[in-house]
Write a protein that binds this ligand. Structure first.
Ligand SMILES: [Zn+2]
Length: 147
């Protein structure tokens, strides 16, 4: 991989799963925020990339995430079972912080199809409500009643 071009490469190979010892990998999560989850799918809760960046910056005492600082100061991060992240600093000390555990129900038990249907349903009800409101406001005589 070209040097300095991978915006998220700072985390690659540096996040470990505390449950099974596997590597935590980036999941593009189509349509949603990218997540980092255990590559062996052992079931440990995944973490949002945005949160990983925020936590990393905070733990390094920086105003915002800096991948170069992360690479030089953090040896690796371990995702713990209790919804915490343990940072292993290059100098040998560790720091632990909580993250917002993403429930598996959202990313794993819902299939892509179910997810699309779910989203379509929400959108449909929203559009319907909006149309209804507009119809009421405009008071057009020949618009048929939907209910
Ligand atoms: Zn695992």
């Amino acid at each position: 991989m070209a040097r300095g071009t991978g915006r998220f490469s700072a985390f690659t190979t540096r996040i470990k799963c505390g449950r099974c010892g596997g590597s935590v990998i980036r999941c593009a999560n189509h349509g949603g925020p990218p997540l980092w989850k255990c590559g062996s799918r052992c079931g440990i809760a995944s973490v949002r990339e945005s949160e990983l960046r925020e936590i990393s910056a905070r733990i390094m005492g920086l105003p915002e995430f800096d991948s170069e600082a992360f690479k030089s100061r953090i040896d690796h991060v371990e995702m713990e079972e209790n919804g915490r992240l343990r940072f292993f600093f290059a100098d040998g000390h560790t720091e632990e912080t909580a993250y917002t555990a993403r429930r598996r129900a959202h990313s794993r038990s819902m299939t892509e199809e179910q997810r699309e249907q779910f989203i379509a349903k929400i959108k449909a009800s929203w559009v319907k409500r909006r149309l209804k409101k507009e119809t009421e406001n405009h008071d057009t005589p020949d618009s048929s009643s939907q209910d």
